[in-house]
Ligand binder design. Structure first.
Ligand SMILES: [Fe+2]
Length: 424
């Protein structure tokens, strides 16, 4: 356990044991699931929302969750929903990587207006906050730290009844997190990013409209796009993947490779923006119904301690994850084949695949070493033990296809510092 935060469901030994075996293909072959919201796609988003959202709601009392950065987009959504007959209260108090107190405040505000519909307009933090707000609002009796996706005794999901109280609509304003389609909300407790996950957190409806992402600056476009690339890559290499998630993951990677450079070069390229929205959504469906890779454990911990953007951090660690996992599973050969990457031997295929990732990340302005971020070896060393504590305790470590020790992570961070090959 990490000092400075309270006990979470992922700290429970039985849950930790369950996670390490739950990804095995034998269990996944016997019993599985696939969650996704209904999707509205295209550049007529406001018109579509004005028709679709009121029909979801009996009371038509909407609590619109957003933050100050995209409040102007939330106002547009509010006008459309009011035109559709809804009453709308805007709450723009979401803090990036939302801490627990922030979502509890949001839940109280939702209760004051007795909302039966929450609409989230924003990036991953806003949508994640909205999911936790729905949970806390519908079930104020629960400690959200203890809500588990699966009961370790029955191996079944415990129904929470959230949807009988409130439904959730997500309008992403970035193309990366895939939060509009997943059951996961990343919250901050102390210095650690924690995973809240339950099937009832999957939004009921999501809108993918390029008009909501055209204002995103090039750097954030690149970083959020790299987040989608990491999600899809981790997912297709994971043994949690299945016949549904694999094609979604592969297609998401192909779309990111083709369209992210265009969206970064010209933010008003609507086709590239739309394709990136679809890529991020497909990547979200892929990892949300399988698992992300351990680059997300490293990215969560490193990003928090060194104040690095989530997408930038997970993008940086993805080539190292691919190399580490390749020593354990041949799934990377399937990924290489999908991407048309060849080689005279498996070793050469891996080298070519990793080179493709490294040069792509660089082409959109992402770093591929820690040193490029201006962090010195001494600064890394100073925080190393805390960094390893956070990484080892991250939920994504539990889901890694190849088990990781503290020493593995230490060596991976050192490889990532200067861009060394992972050969262990
Ligand atoms: Fe992510």
């Amino acid at each position: 356990m990490i000092p400075g935060r309270e006990r979470w469901w992922t700290d429970e030994p039985r849950v930790r044991m369950l996670f390490s075996v739950a990804g095995s293909s034998a269990i996944r072959g016997l019993s599985s699931y696939f969650f996704a919201p209904k999707l509205l796609l295209g550049n007529d988003g406001l018109k579509m929302l004005a028709v679709a959202v009121p029909s979801l709601s009996r009371k038509k009392q909407v609590f619109l969750v957003t933050d100050k950065t995209v409040r102007h987009l939330a106002e547009k959504v509010k006008r459309a929903l009011v035109g559709g007959g809804c009453r709308v209260e805007i709450w723009d108090e979401v803090i990036p990587e939302p801490p627990i107190f922030n979502v509890l405040a949001g839940a109280q505000a939702a209760a004051r207006v007795e909302a039966d519909l929450v609409v989230a307009v924003g990036g991953g933090s806003v949508i994640d906050a909205a999911k936790a707000i729905c949970l806390s609002y519908a079930r104020p009796d629960l400690d959200l730290r203890q809500v588990k996706p699966v009961d370790p005794d029955t191996l079944l999901t415990t129904p929470l009844g959230i949807k009988t109280k409130v439904l959730l609509v997500a309008v992403p304003t970035t193309a990366g997190t895939g939060s509009e389609t997943t059951a996961t909300a990343m919250l901050t407790d102390g210095k650690q990013k924690m995973i809240l996950n339950h099937p009832e957190l999957v939004p009921d409806l999501a809108l993918l409209d390029p008009a909501f992402t055209v204002g995103l600056p090039p750097k954030l476009t690149a970083y959020t796009g790299l987040d989608a690339l990491a999600h899809a890559t981790g997912s297709v290499l994971s043994h949690w993947s299945n016949d549904y998630t694999l094609p979604l993951g592969y297609q998401a990677i192909k779309l990111v490779l083709k369209y992210l450079p265009r969206a970064v070069a010209n933010g008003r390229d609507y086709e590239a923006r739309m394709k990136m929205a679809v890529a991020a959504n497909m990547a979200g469906m892929s990892f949300g119904n399988a698992a992300p890779g351990f680059e997300h454990a490293m990215g969560h911990a490193f990003g928090k301690l060194f104040n690095v953007h989530h997408g930038c951090a997970v993008g940086l660690f993805t080539p190292y994850m691919i190399q580490f996992v390749a020593k354990y599973s041949e799934r990377y050969l399937d990924l290489a084949r999908e991407l048309g990457v060849g080689g005279a031997s498996p070793v050469e295929v891996l080298t070519n695949l990793v080179n493709l990732y490294v040069s792509f990340i660089r082409s959109v302005g992402g770093p591929t070493t820690i040193a490029e971020l201006g962090i010195t070896r001494a600064q890394l060393e100073e925080k190393f033990e805390e960094l390893l504590d956070l990484t080892m305790n991250d939920g994504c470590t539990l889901m890694s296809i190849r088990p990781l020790t503290r020493e593995d992570y230490r060596k991976l961070y050192l490889c990532a510092f200067t861009g060394e090959k992972v050969d262990f």
